[in-house]
Design a protein around this ligand. Structure first.
Ligand code: ZN
Length: 172
């Protein structure tokens, strides 16, 4: 299937793999971060995990301003993100750049606190709610090899996989 921006699609096995922590912020990590940001912006997407561009490092790109409909904060890369706290719960629609054409209502917390390292090595926290919290949790899942349909009941996931592969046949 044609893929103009180099985002891995299911069933690429890298999408099911667990990513390793970023040990030091060297030129390679900065280059990956730059590539993730440009890929996310070109897709366009709300967020992107490194595994989606074939790098098994705990890095995610997110565009909070675009998600919340504000100019700030702009697109950023988070290293070694850890979910410290979550609260609430709601169903909302999700899609994924690695599962083109597939959307589903997924249950997730509505509020979260995330700890992460920025690209200059500072450990920071971000509190998020609503769709931003959902996007961040979706991206953190990618770092553990979890796709959004893995959070659905098995019967629903089976139907979605059939739909996904039928669609792949159709566009090929
Ligand atoms: Zn995704």
């Amino acid at each position: 299937m044609a893929d103009p921006v180099g985002i891995l699609k299911y069933p690429n096995p890298l999408l099911a793999a667990k990513s390793a922590p970023v040990e030091s912020i060297d030129i390679r990590i900065r280059a990956i971060a730059h590539r993730m940001l440009s890929t996310m912006l070109m897709a366009p997407g709300y967020g992107l995990a490194a595994s989606q561009v074939g790098v098994l490092k705990r890095m995610l790109a997110v565009d909070p301003g675009r998600i919340i409909g504000e100019p700030e904060p702009g697109p950023m890369v988070m290293l070694n993100p850890v979910v410290l706290e979550t609260g609430g719960g709601a169903l909302d629609e999700e899609g994924c750049l690695s599962l083109p054409g597939i959307y589903a209502l997924v249950g997730r917390p509505t509020w979260m606190v995330l700890e992460y390292t920025n690209l200059v090595g500072k450990r920071l926290t971000m509190e998020a709610d609503g769709y931003l919290a959902r996007c961040l949790l979706h991206e953190v899942d990618h770092l553990d090899g979890i796709l959004f349909w893995d959070r659905l009941p098995r019967s629903q996931r089976t139907v979605m996989k059939m739909k996904y592969f039928t669609r792949l046949e159709w566009v090929r």
